[in-house]
Design a protein around this ligand. Sequence first.
Ligand SMILES: NC(=O)c1ccc[n+]([C@@H]2O[C@H](COP(=O)([O-])OP(=O)(O)OC[C@H]3O[C@@H](n4cnc5c(N)ncnc54)[C@H](O)[C@@H]3O)[C@@H](O)[C@H]2O)c1
Length: 242
Amino acid sequence: MTDLAGRRAFVGGGANGIGASVVRRLVADGAQVFIADRDVLAAEALAQEVGASSACIDLSDYDQVKAFAGQPFDILVNCAGVDQHAFFTHTSVEEWNRLMAVNLYSVLNTTHLLLPAMQAGGHGRIVNIASEAGRMGSRGGAVYAASKGAVIAFTRSIARESARYGVTANVITPGPIDTPLLRQAVAEGGDRLLDAMCSSTLVGRLGTPDEVAAAVSFLVSREAAYITGEVLGVSGGMGCGQ
Ligand SMILES: NC(=O)c1ccc[n+]([C@@H]2O[C@H](COP(=O)([O-])OP(=O)(O)OC[C@H]3O[C@@H](n4cnc5c(N)ncnc54)[C@H](O)[C@@H]3O)[C@@H](O)[C@H]2O)c1
């Protein structure tokens, strides 16, 4: 178990799926956790269950994030994301904007508002949840992949700008993880999509949100001080060699 006693963590998109596992894990590690999510009911229920705090925030809206960014945080984990399955020529500008707003702008917003206090304090850990699609591309997910590729490049840039302040920034690229987001995609695409997802990994199965949370727990630990600007696949080997 990682020792995060005394650390304050902001988990964006922490109410469900991977984010909820990250919240549970960081609380278990001893951190004081703040859940920022637009799903207010799930956020409040989880906060009450584990002893965290929460607020209803649309993370794609800079001003809404700003209202909660007054307090300093040591740890920022960005998990909020939305997906969409359609060939690019069948998508609309409105859909691109929605994906980019949640998947990329939420990361820009939280980083812009929380990083200055980390830099001033001489310590910080940022972990952004991207996707293997951001490294490999995705048939039926071109804009999603573009948004996640942008998160990877952004995180590496923040790592370059922030190392001198004792702040690390890393990316986790999950493969298919069994969450509500994935189940929604499978409901639309059927069992064949689920089979294709499993066989796209080397280990032949879906991952669990807890497996992603374990990697987050390590990357935000004191022991990970010498790891920054990295992309860690938690994807059953899907992105191996990328
Ligand atoms: N599940 C997978 O297979 C998988 C694979 C690769 C990457 N990812 C990425 O992991 C992250 C988490 O995915 P998940 O599967 O847990 O999804 P999820 O849908 O289960 O959870 C996403 C959470 O983000 C919140 N959220 C969405 N938009 C928001 C907004 N604008 N403001 C605040 N909160 C918002 C939702 O309310 C939800 O609580 C996402 O970034 C996703 O792209 C997931």
